[in-house]
Design a protein around this ligand. Structure first.
Ligand code: G4P
Length: 527
């Protein structure tokens, strides 16, 4: 290995690419701001906050975001701390955008699960956790809002263990709770850290060290001592392999708002979370340390300016080094694409901003060339697996007010589908196109954008279908027979894959029982 390869390998090794999963209001935004403060990217921290109340006049569909007080924009935040490069991929917080969130989770190597100490595991946390589990993404847990009234810590640990079927290992223990919350105690090292501004925690002799008394009242100090013993005796020791395989979660406690426990968490993430993983492609496993660049697009963000239809494709680099100005191959079309103006998200260090390594995410401006799921390489015919599409829960037929614009509508819908705004289904019988979404808000976004960017006013009609599944079979003849028998309920998706539309879950089940050789999938990997 020469020096170049060596330095590339160490760049990869120091990267941690992660997301924060939580139920709305648990403190994800607050925690994100604190992370960025650690990385010195203070101006970015302000932006995170600003995002929530942003006043934008850029386009109508941004207005929807504003009205509903949610953020449609997924962003990437990169910061350096403690010798590590952290890439934090923001997952949109609102339930309506779950599809985007799921796709973002295909691009991370680990996740932080934020739990509100008063509430425990909430619905959305659980759902996101299940997605992480499907992909064996290791989870670090942060129990937030310890400065407020909380549930019993043991009860919270128990709930994580039982409801998520996950081993838990507390790494720290809260010193006091609620009003008297005063810091965190490292169970392995016997150190105590007050505020996060304390870089080096103080070394104690143990949980009965008299110094504890200067942090919390005497009665709480004795309860603390008992709890620490119980926590040590009652929990599994931390096992790195088990964590990396997604079976065990290390737990940290704190208050993101009041600056407690966040340093423990980020130190833990740096120490234990995996560096960029090897990535499965259709033909082979691609190792993060390979010299040739390869990556996949997991997210497309439309330009906010309605006059310019350019988009930013977010590429997760999986191997090699991506450099400004390099030419890559877009495997789907076989055509070269020039990476003349990739956007790097490093906040501080300009010298590294011209190149990205495995684990990094780069924004590539383009005019519609790139789609979700696309693979870019230096020439090899690789196709990465695993940017999924989920069967939509809401189907609508598009009704165009001006029938002369049917072709334009078709093009616009194709583009929106490529961006992942909606899924597009073209019925075999030639009737009007249908769109599918996971959350209803996506329908408003689509209508606003068709009007604002393409001058196409549309209305929605509720079709007689409410459920859809991708169908396939090892037996081609049987598949043809199924399609023939169900022609009025068949459509193609964006990739020409056959989709079966059913009037109800009951009818779907009925067909499934009648056609045992046909597979009905509710998740589809992009090809
Ligand atoms: P989210 O992104 O997960 O939705 O949560 P966010 O960080 O916006 O936090 C939700 C609310 O909880 C905010 O209050 C925030 O200040 C508060 N919060 C976050 N972390 C802590 C914590 O450790 N302790 C306490 N006590 N509160 C915390 P808000 O009043 O809704 O918003 P704001 O007016 O403060 O912006």
């Amino acid at each position: 290995m020469n020096i170049m390869q060596n330095s590339a390998a160490s760049e990869v090794a120091r990267r941690r690419t992660f997301a924060v999963i939580s139920h709305p209001d648990a403190g994800k935004t607050t925690l994100t701001e604190k992370f960025l403060l650690f990385g010195g990217a203070i101006q970015l921290a302000g932006e995170v906050k600003a995002k929530k109340n942003r006043i934008s006049t850029r386009s109508d569909w941004m207005a929807i975001e504003r009205q509903r007080g949610i953020s449609v924009v997924t962003s990437v935040m990169t910061f350096e701390y403690g010798g590590h490069v952290f890439n934090l991929l923001d997952t949109p917080g609102h339930a309506d955008f779950s599809e985007d969130t799921y796709r973002t989770l295909t691009a991370v190597d680990s996740a932080i699960m934020v739990i509100d100490a008063a509430k425990g595991i909430e619905a959305r946390t659980r759902k996101l956790f299940e997605v992480c589990r499907l992909r064996d993404i290791p989870i670090v847990t942060f129990i937030n809002k310890m400065d407020r009234e909380t549930r019993d810590p043991f009860e919270l640990l128990d709930e994580i263990e039982k409801t998520l079927a996950l081993d838990v290992t507390p790494m720290t223990w809260p010193v006091g709770r609620g009003r008297s919350f005063a810091g965190t105690y490292d169970l392995g090292r016997n150190t105590l850290r007050g505020l996060d501004s304390e870089e080096t925690p103080r070394q104690l002799s143990g949980p009965d060290d008299p110094q504890i008394a200067s942090f919390i009242p005497a009665d709480e100090a004795s309860a603390f001592r008992d709890e620490v013993e119980l926590a040590r005796d009652g929990s599994k020791p931390f096992d790195l392999d088990s964590f990396r395989e997604g079976h065990l979660t290390p737990v940290f406690w704190g208050s993101a708002l009041r600056n407690y426990g966040v340093r423990d968490l980020i130190n833990g993430l740096g120490a234990y979370a995996p560096s960029p993983r090897n990535q499965q492609a259709a033909s082979r496993m691609v190792e993060a340390s390979e010299p040739k660049m390869a990556g996949f697009v997991f997210k497309i963000q439309a330009n906010m300016d309605p006059n310019h239809r350019d988009r930013i494709a977010f590429l997760r680099v999986c191997a090699g080094k991506l450099q400004r100005g390099m030419k890559a191959k877009l495997v789907r079309t076989g055509k070269p694409i020039s990476l003349s103006a990739p956007q790097f998200f490093f906040a501080q260090d300009r010298s590294v901003a011209d190149e990205a390594y495995a684990g990094d995410v780069v924004g590539i401006p383009n005019h519609g060339t790139l789609r979700i799921g696309d693979t870019l390489t230096e020439g090899e015919e690789l196709v990465f697996r695993g940017v999924p599409s989920f069967a939509p829960e809401i189907l609508r037929r598009i009704k165009l007010q001006d029938a002369m614009k049917a072709k334009k509508l078709r093009e616009a819908l194709q583009q929106m589908a490529e961006e992942g705004v909606v899924q597009l289904f073209l019925p075999y019988d030639g009737s009007n196109a249908m769109v599918g979404v996971v959350g209803a808000l996506q329908l408003d976004v689509l209508a606003e954008r068709l009007q604002g960017e393409y001058g196409l006013p549309i209305a929605y009609e509720t079709p007689r279908f409410s459920v859809c599944r991708w169908i396939s079979s090892d037996d081609e003849m049987e598949l043809d027979r199924f399609i023939e028998a169900n022609r009025s309920g068949m459509a193609h998706d964006l990739d020409q894959a056959p989709v079966f539309l059913a009037g109800s879950a009951f009818l779907l089940q009925y067909e499934q029982e009648r056609w045992p050789k046909i597979a009905f999938a509710d998740v589809k990997d992009y090809q």
